[in-house]
Ligand binder design. Structure first.
Ligand code: FES
Ligand code: FES
Length: 153
């Protein structure tokens, strides 16, 4: 089976029913996306398929036909993605476990809505849980990331 992940073609031998997250972590060695709940309820495993955020724990790898982007391929040209830059500047992460999923959801949000309202942010991020309670910093970082992206930084 052939997947495009983070701009590279990856050949894996997988049961088509295997969740994409298993294929990424166990077969392709891409450990950025995390396992949290396994039932599409926490967002830790979020990656993009053709730019859309998906819960990789709950999609069979055989159903993935688009290009997959993980946290490991989010930045380009040696430059941090605006969401990553904003996350650092706002010092969002605590334990960090949920953060790769949070960042992927946030990146998809500002791709779709360049200047999101608080309601847009709450709606887009509602499925990403953080046991450390970093939500206020996540909101602040998303507003900063949107501004950085609009400014072309
Ligand atoms: S591990 Fe996929 S949503 Fe929780
Ligand atoms: S930073 Fe610890 S779970 Fe979110």
């Amino acid at each position: 089976m052939r997947l495009t992940v983070d701009g590279k073609v990856v050949e894996i031998e997988a049961d088509p029913e295997m969740p994409l997250l298993w294929a990424l972590r166990d077969l392709a060695g891409i450990l950025g996306p995390k396992f949290g709940c396994g039932v599409a309820a926490c967002g830790a495993c979020t990656v993009h398929v053709d730019g859309q955020p998906v819960r990789s724990c709950s999609i069979p790898v055989g159903e993935v036909s688009g290009a997959v982007t993980t946290i490991e391929g989010l930045s380009a040209g040696g430059k941090l993605h605006p969401v990553q830059q904003a996350w650092l500047e706002e010092q969002v992460a605590q334990c960090g476990y949920c953060q790769t999923g949070q960042i992927m959801s946030a990146a998809a949000l500002i791709d779709e809505i360049p200047d999101p309202t608080d309601e847009d942010i709450d709606n887009a991020m509602a499925g990403n849980l953080c046991r450390c309670g970093t939500y206020p910093k996540i909101r602040a970082a998303i507003r900063k990331a949107a501004a950085l992206k609009t400014a072309g930084i």
